[in-house]
Design a protein around this ligand. Structure first.
Ligand code: URA
Ligand code: SF4
Length: 220
């Protein structure tokens, strides 16, 4: 007999946990109980998106980090602080954005000595499993621009052929959208914290975000 946590070969899927209607709050509450893949088992809580349902811009990261897992809010740790600074420099108001992640639970390994939790990249199966939550958020918010922060978000939004180095900084159509909605991709803020040349990596992020600012101003 199969148990609810007994996943088949490709059975990771958040779909059975999604509500049938309701607004962002209904989805947020339902996501707290998601067991669509094994990542809920070790994480503290679901980190759902945060922001206004009428936001013109949605920022999509990879997955919550240590501090996001503790607080329940996306992009509040070191990567979030860097993102805040870059957004401000590009002239984008984070307060007016809806911020979320492609995957809603923190995936990590624990360092052998000590208790530090080290980020581990989500697998393709986990990203696919979690995608219905992101799709629901995008359907409910219907932003003009979606910003993909890094490869995981880019692939979740645009498919597996997405490449950050090739696709970053250009205005791409939102797949499946019948109107003017678009996607702009850039690097993940955490990649800047790890970069050898932080300054130029950071300048690249700001430059990509300025493309987003131009879209919002109707100049791109
Ligand atoms: N990195 C992400 O991709 N998302 C967060 O919320 C925090 C760090
Ligand atoms: Fe559900 Fe996504 Fe969490 Fe997996 S990572 S349990 S699909 S919310």
């Amino acid at each position: 007999m199969s148990r609810p946590d007994d996943y088949g070969a490709s059975a990771y899927d958040a779909t059975p946990f999604l509500p049938h209607g309701g607004g962002l709050e209904a989805y947020r509450r339902a996501a707290e109980g998601c067991r669509g893949c094994p990542l809920y088992e070790n994480a503290t809580r679901t980190v759902f998106g945060k922001g206004d349902a009428s936001a013109r811009i949605v920022l999509v990261g990879e997955q919550p980090g240590d501090q996001e897992d503790r607080t329940g809010e996306p992009f509040v740790g070191p990567a979030g602080r860097l993102l805040d600074r870059a957004l401000e420099e590009a002239g984008i108001d984070r307060g007016a954005a809806y911020v979320t992640n492609a995957v809603k639970h923190f995936k990590f390994t624990v360092a052998e000595r000590g208790k530090r939790r080290i980020h581990k990249a989500p697998s393709l199966r986990e990203v696919s499993a979690c995608r219905p939550w992101m799709r629901a958020e995008l359907d409910l918010v219907r932003p003009e621009v979606v910003v993909a922060l890094g490869a995981t978000a880019g692939k979740a939004l645009l498919g597996s052929s997405f490449r950050v180095t090739r696709d970053r900084g250009s205005v791409m159509p939102m797949p499946g959208s019948d109107d003017q909605r678009c996607v702009v991709a850039t690097v993940h803020p955490s990649a800047i914290l790890r970069a050898d040349d932080r300054e130029s990596a950071y300048a690249g992020l700001v430059s990509d975000l300025k493309v987003v600012a131009r879209v919002l101003d109707g100049r791109a």
